[in-house]
Design a protein around this ligand. Structure first.
Ligand SMILES: [Zn+2]
Length: 65
């Protein structure tokens, strides 16, 4: 199964974060939710953040797939 990918650069933020997370969809969602809370200061419920991440998931490009 192709890995999934989210890229912080595609979501403009004040911190100019460049993190990209690649893995199985569930792994990416879990890691991205933790990242959004710890680095970007999000305080929405986990379920809401997870939904935001799932909407952004793409197939991992090239060598990362
Ligand atoms: Zn970030």
């Amino acid at each position: 199964m192709a890995r999934k990918f989210v890229d912080c650069r595609e979501t403009p933020s004040e911190s100019g974060c460049t993190l990209a997370i690649v893995g199985d969809a569930d792994e990416v969602v879990t890691a991205a939710v933790a990242h959004m809370k710890s680095v970007h200061g999000h305080d929405e419920p986990d379920a809401e953040l997870a939904e935001m991440v799932r909407a952004e998931l793409k197939d991992a490009p090239g060598v990362l797939a």
